[in-house]
Design a protein around this ligand. Structure first.
Ligand SMILES: N[C@@H](CCC(=O)N[C@@H](CS)C(=O)NCC(=O)O)C(=O)O
Length: 225
């Protein structure tokens, strides 16, 4: 039995969605984020030393990293589904599996870190300095990088409406997570990327994953007082 170690509001949404698309049986073990730090609870470290999500266990094997889990499940159980055939489309498929975490998540994460620094408690006279530093990093690096990536992605998704090949694939699941992050911060507007995101998040399997795994937001909000 496949067990998904599912951290609320996290990348493990991708894995639940994929398993629903493949109609595979699985169990969910849910973990709550720390209310203040938003980090995963220590119990996840008992599954994998980094204590991050997603991680799955399957017949005694522990598998971490979204892209690897997706590739493992599609290859082992997919019977050819959700993966394009043909050398060129397959190469694109693999490219997007790597790109989502390896490239696109970087400016998004750095943006989140600077937002967190800016919002954290500090003496009132330090606050304007923290904001100034965060704003200058956003202006000098984060925003230009995001623009670069989003223009590239907009032109790629305009080709067929999918990231790899002519139909929905697991690469679209992998790419949706960072795009939902951009969308949550109002960064997609009326683009082909926004249309793509709407189309994939309306899929019944996406909705079933949320029914089973619980409500989902890419940017977890602190519930700490
Ligand atoms: N590149 C990894 C990233 C894993 C990751 O950082 N997961 C986040 C959730 S979205 C996490 O576990 N955060 C809680 C923590 O760091 O304690 C993947 O795609 O699986």
């Amino acid at each position: 039995m496949i067990i998904v170690h599912h951290l609320e509001n996290s990348r493990s949404q991708r894995i639940l969605w994929l398993l629903e698309e493949l109609a595979l049986p699985y169990e969910i073990k849910t973990y709550k984020r720390d209310k203040e730090t938003l980090l995963a609870p220590p119990e996840l470290k008992a599954v994998h030393p980094l204590g991050k999500s997603p991680v799955i266990t399957d017949n005694g094997k522990v598998i971490a990293e979204s892209a690897l889990i997706i590739d493992y499940l599609v290859t082992k159980y997919g019977k050819g589904a959700l993966k394009p055939s043909g050398d060129d489309d397959l190469l694109r498929y693999q490219y997007w599996l790597h790109y989502a975490e390896g490239s696109l998540m970087t400016p998004l994460l750095i943006g989140l870190v600077f937002q967190k620094v800016q919002d954290s408690p500090m003496p009132f006279f330090v606050k304007p300095i923290a904001k100034k530093i965060a704003d200058s990093v956003r202006r000098a690096w984060i925003n230009p990088q995001l623009k670069l990536h989003l223009e590239y992605l907009e032109s790629e998704i305009s080709k067929t409406g999918w990231f790899a090949g002519n139909s929905f694939s697991a690469a679209d699941i992998m790419m949706s997570y960072p795009l939902e992050g951009v969308s949550e911060t109002g960064g997609l507007k009326q683009t082909h990327l926004a249309a793509f995101l709407k189309k994939v998040t309306e899929r019944p399997a996406y909705k079933r994953a949320i029914e089973r795994g619980g409500p989902f937001s890419v940017i977890p909000v602190s519930t700490a007082k």
